[in-house]
Design a protein. Sequence first.
Length: 61
Amino acid sequence: MSKENIRPITMEHIQRYGDIYAKAFSGEPWNDPWKPEDAVIRVQELLESKQSYGLEYVLDG
């Protein structure tokens, strides 16, 4: 049985979020040259800004 849920994102998975961000914005349609380590910094800035809120969808842990 799969366990699915949506929950607020936390700094615990910041590296994973940076990887996702880099892959998303390095491809079509943006084609920006994001490195994962730079994307981690960007995502951290977004989360700390208090003007953004993120959710993660968790499937099977």
